[in-house]
Design a protein around this ligand. Structure first.
Ligand code: SF4
Length: 223
């Protein structure tokens, strides 16, 4: 019986025969040359569907197993982390680069987080969302690490997730003034999580320990 092939970023489809793959497109920001290449590969290998995913990726659905290597070679890119215990997608809204409501540069911060953390192995899967204002179009409150721009800086939340047991993230720290300080705090969250003996999603850990203790453990004297 066929299974997912994680090393090829290939997810077995409902027909139990073909696979879906999704190239890594940081923040869902791409260009026309990349889109043309994806379309050319999709046509050449006669994929069943081209699907825009909730993780801001473009999935090619219905690829034959024997075509996977050739498809990746022609795309000349790497898979988006869609399975396994690692940092999955980092969802990014347009922020001050494009959105008239934006108060912080979510694309700048989000792409830096993506370059550092995407696909990093962790005790469990972890998703991030970076929004340029409190409207929160990157669904930051539903992410394990959710970040939103405020008029004074950045709000950092932890422990959100959607799925079977949805959970709104808890506030870790508010109005962090600079992008650099946000990156430092996210590094502390990740280091704390990597060192945790608890293998659950962050939200479940908070349910067990309480946000005050988690904040103390993550931020130490800065809590
Ligand atoms: S979260 Fe704010 S800045 Fe980002 S797209 Fe939504 S309204 Fe615009």
């Amino acid at each position: 019986m066929k299974k997912d092939i994680p090393e090829k970023g290939a997810i077995l489809q409902r027909d139990r025969e073909t696979y879906a793959i999704a190239p890594h497109i940081p923040g869902g920001i791409t260009d026309t040359a990349t889109l043309r290449k994806i379309c050319d590969v999709a046509d050449k290998y006669q994929v069943q569907a081209v699907k825009i995913t909730s993780a801001q990726r473009i999935a090619l659905v219905g690829i034959k197993e024997e075509d996977l290597d050739a498809v990746w070679a022609e795309l000349a890119t790497t898979p988006g982390a869609a399975i396994g215990l690692c940092v999955r997608s980092i969802k990014i809204c347009p922020g001050t680069s494009y959105c008239k409501r934006g108060v912080q540069d979510s694309i700048s911060l989000g792409l830096k987080l993506d370059s550092i953390y995407h696909a990093m192995e962790l005790p469990n899967k972890l998703k991030m969302g970076v929004s340029g204002c409190l409207v929160s179009c990157a669904e930051s409150a539903l992410k394990d690490i959710g970040i939103m721009g405020t008029n004074k800086g950045w709000r950092i939340m932890v422990g959100g997730n959607a799925g079977a047991r949805p959970r709104i993230a808890d506030l870790l720290v508010d109005n962090v003034p600079t992008e650099e300080e946000v990156l430092e705090i996210v590094a502390k969250i990740i280091a704390w999580y990597k060192g945790s003996t608890n293998q659950n999603r962050i939200g479940r850990i908070i349910d067990e320990m309480g946000i005050d203790r988690v904040r103390q453990e993550v931020l130490g004297k800065d809590a």
